[in-house]
Design a protein around this ligand. Structure first.
Ligand code: NAP
Length: 289
């Protein structure tokens, strides 16, 4: 059986963390102490886990992190007050609002209150607009991590047929725009599929690089891909077998040239890119760039 190259996000993320640790140490020598504020509302179990892993990763590279943990019942005004406080406080270079928020809170309105200069999740309308306009400032961490993973494995992007399954705001849509930027990390020919796409397999078979971010376990099976495809599975689905992706690894891997595992592929890269954006924010907000 053909064994594909495994795109090991855990290993690459570790390398990136050590590169960032050096940059943070240099920043500290020049009197800048990179600092991230995390706003967490409620006790959604996956969010608690994500915040813990972000705190741990920050600590590992020397980024100072403070989590503002509000109760499930927090009002819009209470969340807004912390966002504004973090916007104003010059000791914080960056802030994120952990999603999803409890359903009574207006996520879009609250995200829109974050200063675009501290928005290291890249989700404010200004930062998403800048990406679409071809002048990105902060790009959402998952798409950034997917591109970084391909680049670190020397998988070409420019000129290639890249098919994305999923047009979500966190992954598919910003990734498509990132891959359309001019330059060697972009210049791809991008196709986006979604739940209303008819004959999904027709498009996935065309892919030289296939990125799946749909949140549907086993959506992509071996008969839907061509030999030699590079497969990036961003899906995170919790099942009785633990965390699984959107790609049926067992049937797709034998046809793939390279493939990400789940877990251990895109997930660790996402956290690493949040750290990278935070270091960038520290440099920019301290006027070093
Ligand atoms: P989302 O906003 O819910 O978007 C899902 C997308 O998939 C939608 O565009 C939807 O189409 C499409 N879709 C659903 N079923 C489909 C089907 N049967 N065929 C084709 N397309 C289908 O989700 P998201 O926030 O982008 O996240 C997507 C996945 O990535 C989730 O599993 C999420 O947990 C994961 N994720 C992972 C990371 C990471 O760090 N690894 C980070 C963020 C998200 P419509 O638009 O037509 O509804």
């Amino acid at each position: 059986m053909n064994m594909p190259l495994i795109l090991d996000g855990r290993r690459v993320a570790k390398t990136i963390r050590s590169e960032l640790a050096e940059q943070v140490s240099n920043l500290k020598s020049s009197g800048i102490n990179p600092r991230l504020g995390i706003i967490l509302v409620g006790n959604h179990p996956p969010s608690l886990l994500y915040v813990t892993s972000k705190e741990k990763a920050c600590a590992e590279v020397g980024i100072d992190v403070k989590t503002f943990h509000l109760p499930e019942s927090a009002s819009k005004e209470q969340v807004a007050e912390i966002i504004h406080q973090l916007n104003e406080d010059r000791t914080f270079h960056a802030q994120i609002l952990q999603l999803p928020l409890p359903s009574h809170l207006p996520s879009e309105e609250l995200i829109g209150m974050i200063s675009p200069f501290k928005d290291v999740d890249g989700l404010t309308p200004v930062n998403l607009g800048r990406l679409v306009a071809g002048r990105p400032l902060y790009v959402p961490a998952t798409p950034l991590g997917i591109v970084e993973l391909l680049v670190r494995y020397s998988i070409p992007i420019s000129g290639r047929r890249i098919v994305i399954v999923g047009r979500g705001e966190l992954v598919g849509k910003p990734l498509a725009n990132l891959l359309l930027l001019h330059g060697t990390r972009g210049d791809a020919t991008v196709t986006i599929c979604h739940s209303k796409t008819t004959n999904l397999a027709h498009f996935t078979k065309e892919a030289e690089v296939l990125v799946v971010a749909a949140g549907r376990p086993s959506l992509i099976t071996g008969d839907m891909v061509s030999e030699g495809v590079v497969v990036v599975d961003a899906g995170i689905n919790r099942s009785e077998h633990g965390v699984v992706g959107d790609v049926d690894f067992n049937s797709v891997a034998p046809k793939a040239q390279a493939i990400t595992p789940v877990p251990g592929g895109v997930g660790p890269m996402t956290v690493a890119m949040l750290l990278k954006n935070t270091v960038l924010a520290a440099k920019k907000n301290a006027s070093l760039l």
